[in-house]
Write a protein of this length. Structure first.
Length: 259
């Protein structure tokens, strides 16, 4: 199974990624609790920071690693807090205090347009290559936090996405996972993972007892490995003289595995 290390200790992000990737045959691995190292996010943009984190942990644990950087860009504050969203007022300062400060800065602001922007990077340590995606959601800053316990995190209580009447926090996980900046970037990354590592959407044919089983190339490879392991076991059973299995990988390519 394709394994991906998640380069974040933010439980909200981990939950969001797991939800969006739930139908992929991948194993998502969280950072060890004892890993207290910090990556210096001094890049010039979201992409540089995401790549830096993904590469650091990928090389440290020798696993394909997914990392992101995201931020809230408020037009009235010239795009702030932007790339410094997590470090606004200091990383040790909680988001309730960050939100309070932003609302103070926008006390008399009438035009409150803003957006969330996210960039994800999947870094492969063996190949020394990466894939990146970006997602953006437009909206505006509310005059006060609208927060629902257990729903949303970060600046979610004060951000109202376009075409909705409530904050990300109040809208809940299902809606947020459908429209958020991270969900948009993650869904694009999901397509890349499916195509590059899981056989994509191109279907191949497997027949068992004459019944066609729809499968992509990834499923075929898993099926093939199971069959080969089975044949390897059966060859040492004296009562079995012959086992023949035919797998149609492609219409023009038929392979027969037999003893």
């Amino acid at each position: 199974m394709f394994k991906i290390l998640l380069a974040t200790k933010n439980k909200g992000k981990v939950k969001e990624i797991r939800s969006i990737f739930s139908d992929l045959p991948v194993k998502l691995i969280e950072l060890p609790r004892e890993d207290i190292g910090e990556v210096n996010e001094n890049g010039k943009n979201y992409f540089e920071n995401a790549l830096k984190k993904a590469k650091h942990y990928a090389e440290k644990y020798n696993l394909p690693t997914l990392a992101d950087d995201s931020g809230l860009e408020i037009d009235a504050l010239d795009g702030a807090p932007g790339i410094n969203s997590a470090r606004f007022l200091g990383k040790e300062v909680g988001f309730d205090a960050k939100i309070e400060k932003i609302l103070q800065l926008m006390t008399d602001v009438k035009i409150r347009t803003a957006r969330f922007r996210a960039t994800f990077v999947l870094y492969l340590p063996k190949e020394r290559k990466y894939f990146s995606t970006e997602g953006v959601v437009e909206g505006e800053i509310l005059s006060e936090p609208h927060k629902k316990e257990g729903s949303g995190f970060g600046y979610d209580p004060i951000f109202k996405p376009e075409s909705f009447d409530e904050s990300f926090s109040m809208l809940g996980t299902d809606i947020k996972n459908r429209i958020s900046h991270r969900s948009k970037a993650l869904k694009e990354m999901k397509k890349i993972i499916a195509k590059q590592f899981l056989g994509g959407s191109e279907m191949v044919e497997i027949k068992v007892n004459g019944k066609r089983l729809p499968a992509n190339k990834y499923v075929y490879k898993v099926f093939e490995s199971v069959i080969l392991a089975l044949l390897d076991t059966l060859k040492d059973v004296p009562e079995i003289k012959k086992v023949e299995i035919t797998i149609d990988k492609e219409k023009e390519d038929k392979s027969t595995l037999s003893l």
